[in-house]
Design a protein around this ligand. Structure first.
Ligand code: GUN
Ligand code: FE
Length: 458
């Protein structure tokens, strides 16, 4: 049994982090989900609306012990790289692209190859609790459209980009746009096709220059203009590693951030992956544009050569969310992304070289706590994408996970804790797939496993 919630009230314990550093617990609350999948009303115990909703015959009541969290928002996924998740991490970024990644991505010219991989990825990410994903596909328009269709068919909220990469000096012939004009024209056609998908209420096209080293100036300028014309989201990589950061400096004499801005690629709807080496001026530019950042802590361990100064970025007002960076980061789980975010921030704060004195070893005031990581993985992702997702408020889409800490085969062990922060911390640190009892996007239950107590079905 899968219970759709559109038009129905849902009663249970909801935990969310609308603001950085603040956990809000809605105990025994009732959310009324509208026919459009958005939260229409929120009622707390004692309120008149609560008593009224509690009496409705179509009320869905969660069993005691279940927790409802906002769905995870993964701000950086390379969909075609899923087959190499957990492999091929032995060389630096610039070698990894040519040795492993471009040859794999070239295979997505083939529809059958792409379909079989993309189907598995989208199903796996939903089961892992990722209700929204910002995807890089590949250079191929047809199979990038296929990825968008699969997300829509499976019910995942997704933002999908056909990757633009046109520089013959940097991209192999079988993984390259034919020219700058082709990169722009194919992106334009992709945007139109995704927007025209029948019944599309949740998949958006994204203008996606891979990163400056893969693109000619003509393509970058053309894509900036196209995004402005179409009002699309934009995604790219920014200052990911020593090599990538140095590339822009050598080519333009300015940072990645400044160069992307000059091409019109920094907007309120842009998400920059990584951005490890931002200067203070870069941060001011990004804050001024309202541009988002996808912090990919685990990937940065392998390819970043340093730790992103997350806390500094947050204190400068940047819109930061979290990304797995499949397959640069060898985990598809946003729960794991929360853990990595906390862990690397602790390494940044303390420093890592035991031969250096404690006083100078680290970067003070860098640590991030789990509640902040949770906020970034949910509400923060929503802000970065400029979408009403990631928290439980009227007007926000009901994208949510039902957690069952006591699920058979699960990995959470509670020993009588009930205090919300204690429970949440344990859930985020120790939950496994079996603990995710149900996944909702836009009020629709899209996970295969049923969880809700029976109520009259619609
Ligand atoms: N920079 C350009 N392409 C990629 C990619 O596929 N993965 C990562 N991590 N960085 C990139
Ligand atoms: Fe990436």
């Amino acid at each position: 049994m899968t219970v759709g919630l559109r038009g129905r009230p849902l009663r249970g314990r909801f935990l969310h982090a609308p603001e950085r550093g603040g956990l809000e617990t809605l105990d025994d609350a009732i959310l009324l989900i509208g026919d459009d999948g958005a939260i229409a009303a929120l009622a707390r115990p004692g309120e008149a609306a609560h008593a009224e909703l509690a009496g409705r015959p179509d009320l869905v009541a969660l069993p005691a012990g279940r927790l409802v969290l906002p769905g995870m928002v993964d701000l950086h996924v390379h969909a075609p790289q899923y087959p190499q998740l957990g492999q091929a991490l032995d060389v630096p970024l610039e070698a990894w692209l040519h040795k492993y990644t471009f040859p794999l991505e070239a295979r997505y010219a083939d529809l059958d190859f792409a379909r079989s991989r993309y189907e598995v990825l989208v199903a796996d990410l939903l089961a892992a609790g990722t209700t929204t994903a910002l995807y890089f596909a590949t250079v191929h328009r047809e199979t990038s459209e296929l990825l968008a269709r699969i997300c829509l068919d499976r019910g995942q909220r997704a933002l999908v980009g056909k990757v633009a990469m046109d520089d013959p000096a940097a991209c192999p012939p079988d993984c390259r746009d034919a020219s700058p004009e082709a990169a722009v024209a194919e992106t334009r056609a992709f945007i139109a096709a995704v927007r025209a998908l029948p019944g599309n209420d949740r998949v958006l096209p994204v203008v996606t220059p891979r990163f400056i080293p893969s693109c000619t100036d003509a393509a970058l300028a053309g894509l900036g203009a196209l995004a402005a014309e179409c009002g699309c989201h934009i995604q790219t990589h920014c200052s990911e590693s020593d090599w990538a950061h140095a590339h822009a400096l050598a080519r333009y004499g300015v940072t990645d951030t400044a160069a992307l801005d000059a091409f019109g690629l920094l907007t309120r709807r842009t998400v920059l992956a990584h951005s490890v080496y931002l200067t203070e001026a870069d941060m001011a530019t990004i804050a001024g544009r309202g541009t988002g950042i996808a912090h990919c802590a685990l990937s940065n361990v392998y390819f970043g050569n340093a730790v992103f100064p997350l806390r500094r970025a947050l204190e400068r007002g940047l819109h930061v969310g979290l990304g797995t960076d499949i397959s640069g980061g060898p985990s598809a789980s946003m729960f794991e992304a929360c853990r990595s975010t906390v862990q690397v921030s602790r390494l940044l704060e303390d420093g890592v070289d035991a031969t250096v004195s404690r006083e100078t070893r680290g970067t003070p005031h860098s640590r991030i706590d789990m509640l902040t990581a949770f906020h970034l993985a949910t509400a923060g992702g929503g802000v970065a994408l400029d979408l009403p997702i990631g928290l439980f408020r009227p007007g926000y889409q009901f994208d949510a996970l039902v957690l069952d800490p006591e699920a058979a085969g699960g990995s959470i062990r509670l020993f009588g804790e009930t205090e919300p922060m204690a429970v949440l911390e344990k859930v985020l640190h120790t939950a496994g797939p079996a603990n995710i009892a149900a996944v909702y996007v836009s009020g629709e239950c899209i996970s295969p496993r049923p969880i809700l107590s029976p109520g009259p079905s619609r």
